[in-house]
Design a protein around this ligand. Structure first.
Ligand SMILES: [Zn+2]
Length: 205
């Protein structure tokens, strides 16, 4: 390899390290694999990535990923805007929808508080949540974070955030196994955790 090709290869391997759980060795293996066996698919990957970067943005109401200003759920006028379920990630919305147990709206924090790094609230979109609530018809907040250290820390920060606000606040019941990420919980258990949600505080200031 001449030095220019070497540079392009190293640049690719370095770029692939941006993916979660990919260290230098895996990144090198991926780069070899793409260049040796999957050149056509690699071009599709580039196209798909560019299109997604151009077209996918945050929903102006719930903060999930969507194309256009509002996601399908926020744009659906048959949903009950009085109940707002707060979740970590867009995948949690899909799981809740699949469990068919929540006809209200969502807010997606796009992260959770990493307790190993302290209680850094900048990991969750609290500012956007505050904006979302301003002037809305929301009456109840359902905290649907996981029962992991991060999920519990996030739930704690959220309940503090809502402490002096006039909303009824509840959290999913502990039917979900301890340490359980919501994405590994089956639909029936998820639905039960929503129906049996635990009241944190009543509505009213
Ligand atoms: Zn939305």
């Amino acid at each position: 390899m001449n030095s220019k090709k070497q540079d392009a290869f190293q640049r690719l391997a370095a770029a692939l390290k941006v993916l979660p759980n990919v260290g230098p060795k895996s990144a090198q293996r991926m780069a070899y694999h793409l260049l040796q066996h999957k050149r056509k698919e690699a071009e599709e990957l580039v196209d798909a990535l560019q299109a997604a970067l151009r077209q996918v943005h945050h929903c102006s109401m719930c903060n999930t990923f969507c194309e256009g200003g509002l996601c399908d759920i926020c744009a659906d006028e048959t949903r009950d805007g009085r109940r707002l379920m707060v979740v970590h990630m867009p995948a949690d919305v899909s799981n809740m929808e699949a469990a068919n147990c929540h006809d209200g709206l969502y807010f997606v924090l796009m992260g959770q508080i990493n307790t190993a790094l302290g209680m850094d609230v900048s990991a969750i979109a609290l500012d956007r949540l505050a904006q979302r609530l301003g002037g809305g018809e929301v009456e109840e907040i359902i905290i649907a974070t996981a029962f992991t250290a991060e999920g519990n820390a996030t739930a704690f920060v959220l309940s503090e955030f809502f402490k002096n606000l006039p909303y009824k606040v509840s959290r999913l019941s502990q039917g979900i196994p301890l340490g359980g990420e919501l994405e590994y919980v089956d639909a029936g258990t998820l639905a039960q955790a929503v129906y049996e949600r635990r009241l944190i505080k009543e509505g009213g200031a």
